[in-house]
Design a protein around this ligand. Structure first.
Ligand code: SDX
Length: 425
């Protein structure tokens, strides 16, 4: 990082302070404020971290103005077209695309970690049949630490990598078990002769009573969707994983914290909320009423799947997902909600409110339509987001654990509560 300086003049003391400025490969330069409080007695104030870079990372870059997304320098459009999800997982973790030998190794490692401890299947019986799958996923992933806690030395790079592979391998098994619990069907065990996504579809939809044939269109669509969801720099759930991991807790607990953060409708929970919104809108003739509600400050309703903290242009992932929509619906039959969504996009993007605020469809706007066509119930949509994003959470956890400058994350605050007072007794 090249270093310049920025000066801060404090009118209170008349002092001038110099702060280092760093320039990365791309993106906004950063002012290093690590010594700001020691030097000046000031904190910075940035609720929601709108202007704060929480770390240095070499994994993912996104340009909100251009609508560009790079994983380790490769454009998302090329990765989605030319690579598999496990190749992209390898890229995010190791920094380079795998050689054919390395690809075989990572596929073998993931495949042979897909089984979960039989006792974990008992956990699902403790949930009510209609427990939300994200609640089950959060709980069972956190419980993985109960099975590996003693054998896991997070200061051992080999242990860290093995845990990384274990986590990505077991997520589809746990996700499918959550679904089977909800529908009251027997759990299906993973099969080592299937691809990552083929195995997931098998565990989701196969039954012991009959053969199940994996549809290559569904298998490919899922694999590409997992790539598109794999990472997105310091989003809320990834920042949660980094903050939890910075305490030295085990990675299963840190990733479970990320899953919990992703569940929120302002984040990964939006894909489920978009389908609920489209069902509520119901017909093109109702769009204007909902657009008006989205613009009304007194109405908590927001256009789900629209807007983004970073993208002030089209989310490049939304464009690719929209194309996958056409392909999947050709295979599985049209969904009137796709037409409704495209009409909603068309109308919203001509409206001054959305244009002025640079609100465009994001990754969640069309993805649920594909998931629905593939037979996933709405409650499973954010679980699918979590499986893809686990690749990024794991890569960022590893990057943070490898950083010699690692410190426990501990932000400060602006206190505006009561001054010191005595208990009146
Ligand atoms: C994801 O961070 C990531 O990278 C996330 C993600 C990832 O891959 O990890 O990309 C995945 O979470 C995508 C976002 C999914 N969420 C939604 O689709 C929910 C709907 N979107 C909004 O909640 C909102 O756009 C956010 C949460 C996504 C972004 O919120 P910000 O950055 O805090 O923006 P803001 O709330 O300050 O909005 C700026 C203005 C406000 O109006 P004004 O006060 O300036 O008049 O835009 C308005 C907002 O009211 N606005 C919307 C809107 N989103 C923002 N108005 C109506 N509908 C919306 N969807």
């Amino acid at each position: 990082m090249s270093e310049a300086k920025i000066t801060l003049h404090d009118p209170k003391t008349g002092q001038t302070h110099e702060l280092p400025v760093y320039h990365g490969t791309y993106g906004s330069p950063v002012i290093d404020i690590t010594r700001l409080h020691a030097k000046t007695g000031y904190f910075t104030f940035d609720p929601g971290f709108v202007s704060t870079a929480s770390c240095e990372s070499r994994i993912t870059y996104l340009d909100g103005e251009k609508g560009e997304l790079l994983y380790r320098g490769y454009p998302i459009e090329q990765l989605a077209e030319k690579c598999s999800f496990l190749e992209v997982f390898y890229l995010l973790v190791h920094g380079e695309l795998p050689t054919p030998e390395q690809r075989r190794e990572v596929e073998h490692a993931i495949t042979h970690h897909t089984l979960i401890n039989e006792s974990l299947l008992e956990f699902f019986k403790g949930f009510h049949y209609d427990a939300h799958p994200m609640a089950m996923l959060t709980a069972v992933v956190a419980s993985l630490s109960a099975f590996y806690h003693d054998s896991l030395d997070i200061n051992d790079p080999e242990h860290r990598l093995q845990t990384a592979y274990r986590l990505l391998a077991k997520l589809p098994t746990i996700a499918a078990a959550a679904y089977k619990h909800r529908v009251g069907e027997p759990f299906m065990y993973p099969r080592n002769n299937l691809s990552y996504c083929g195995n997931f579809l098998h565990m989701m939809y196969a039954r012991p009573t009959e053969d199940y044939e994996i549809d290559p269109v569904a298998e490919q669509a899922l694999d590409t969707l997992f790539i598109l969801h794999a990472d997105h720099e310091q989003n809320a759930s990834t920042s949660t994983v980094r903050l939890a991991g910075s305490t030295g807790t085990n990675p299963y607990a840190a990733v479970a914290a990320g899953i919990a953060a992703l569940w929120g409708p302002a984040h990964g929970g939006a894909n489920e909320a978009v389908l609920a919104m489209l069902d509520e809108i119901g017909d093109v003739k109702n769009i204007d009423k909902f657009i008006a509600r989205a613009k009304d400050k007194n109405d908590p309703f927001r256009l789900m799947g629209f807007g983004h903290r970073v993208y002030k242009n089209f989310d490049p992932r939304a464009k690719i997902i929209k194309r996958i929509c056409h392909k999947v619906l050709e295979r599985y039959g049209n969904d009137p909600r796709f037409e409704l969504a495209m009409r909603l996009e068309e109308i919203a993007l001509k409206d001054e409110y959305f244009i002025e605020r640079k609100l465009y469809p994001n990754v969640d706007f069309y993805s649920g339509i594909i998931y629905s066509a593939l037979g996933f119930p709405r409650e499973m949509f954010t679980v699918l987001f979590a499986i893809g994003r686990a690749a990024g959470w794991i890569a960022h956890w590893l990057e943070m654990m490898d950083d010699p400058r690692r410190k426990i994350g501990r932000p400060r605050q602006l206190y505006t509560g009561p001054a010191r007072r005595d208990v009146p007794r």
